[in-house]
Ligand binder design. Structure first.
Ligand SMILES: *Cc1c(COP(=O)(O)O)cnc(C)c1O
Length: 355
């Protein structure tokens, strides 16, 4: 025992845990739910919250599902795991594998992974295969490889991933005392929106909450297969974590949308970047571009005249900003002001600006 309680321990009655399942953890889950100070009021949503999934051990929500998938892999006596990844799944798989003595193979689309995520997979010691293709090509390949070599597949096709990920809706419900009215969430491979909906419906059945939220999913405009109702051969967006043209959980995301009375819409890269910068500069929250799609979506809803005043909305900020320093460099750069170590000069410079 290391004293840390993770999502398996906390929510085991809702998870596929039996006497042989190791209760492992790296302290995932229990992430902050913080109320908006500026963006919410500016769009007429007084009860807007952000779920800071970047506070997970490897900096994204993927850890919630990975801990469950790795626990089940250990239970089954596996020694190796494999995944295709836009970056965060590989970071998480590599970290939990390192901790629990599994070998990890990660397959990434070459040239499409945010720098920080690749750095993580390297640091944790994964074997990294960069495939000449996009995420969808990488996923097709690992599905076949996993079968061929009997390696545990830890993509969100692995049902245990979604089981772990649904714990985020339990936490939100526990923190608010009931379900929120609306969840805004980025949609890539569509596992997370599926997992959240599963979590809320299970909590509702067990009478932990009295209502269900509307699930509002947001894809990037250049990678919006669900919105357009067709596969996208060459998905394009600055938000690499949702640059996916053929989501694995497509139908289940559509079900979550329809059963909840929600919607899945697209936001442009410009809207994503605007939300990303506003989150950092008006809320003090530095998330990755894909995460900001949820807030871009909420802002879009407000601009379309949706009445957000009397409802409680939660935007899921799926991953942390440091993973993608390139986007800061390209879109949020602040010029350094070079100064001499001279108090008077610097004081004069700063008071000139303040005036
Ligand atoms: C994986 C990921 C997403 C997309 O989640 P899906 O389950 O693939 O829809 C969004 N944001 C971040 C930061 C991610 O890592």
């Amino acid at each position: 025992m290391n004293g840390t309680v993770g999502v398996i321990e906390r929510y085991k009655e809702f998870l596929p845990v039996n006497v042989d399942t190791p209760i492992i953890t790296m302290g995932e889950g229990n992430t902050p739910l913080v109320k908006s100070t500026n963006i919410g009021p500016s769009v007429g949503c007084e009860n807007l919250y952000f779920k800071l999934e970047g506070s997970n051990p490897t900096g994204s929500f993927k850890d919630r599902g990975m801990v469950m998938a790795i626990a089940k892999a250990l239970e089954a006596g596996r020694k190796r795991v494999i995944c295709a990844s836009t970056g965060n799944t590989s970071a998480s798989a590599a970290a939990y594998s390192a901790r629990y003595n599994l070998q990890s193979f990660v397959v990434v689309p070459s040239g499409e992974i945010a720098l920080g995520k690749l750095a993580q997979a390297m640091a944790y010691g994964a074997r990294i295969l960069a495939v000449d293709g996009n995420f969808d090509d990488a996923l097709t390949m690992v599905r076949d490889l996993a079968t061929e070599l009997s390696i545990e597949l830890v993509n969100s096709l692995n049902p245990y991933r979604l089981e772990g990920q649904k714990t985020a809706s339990f936490e939100i419900s526990d923190a608010l005392g009931d379900s929120p009215d609306m969840i805004c969430i980025p949609v890539g491979n569509a596992g997370n929106i599926t997992a959240y909906w599963k979590g809320f419906t299970e909590y509702r059945i067990n009478e932990r909450i009295t209502k269900l939220p509307r699930m509002m999913g947001f894809q990037a405009a250049g990678a919006a297969p669900i919105v357009r109702d067709e596969k996208i051969e060459d998905p394009q967006t600055i938000a690499s974590a949702i640059r996916i043209g053929n989501p694995a959980s497509w139908q289940r995301a559509v079900n979550a949308r329809d059963e909840s009375g929600g919607n899945i819409d697209a936001v442009s890269d410009a809207e994503i970047i605007e939300a990303y910068i506003r989150l950092a500069r008006e809320e003090g929250i530095f998330c990755e571009p894909a995460s900001a799609a949820s807030v871009a979506g909420l802002i879009k809803l407000a601009s379309q005249g949706e009445d957000l005043k009397n409802l409680t909305a939660v935007c899921i900020l799926t991953g942390m900003g440091l993973k993608d320093p390139t986007t800061v460099e390209n879109h949020a750069l602040v010029e350094l002001e070079y100064v001499e170590p001279d108090v008077e000069q610097v004081a004069a410079l700063l008071s000139k600006d303040a005036a």
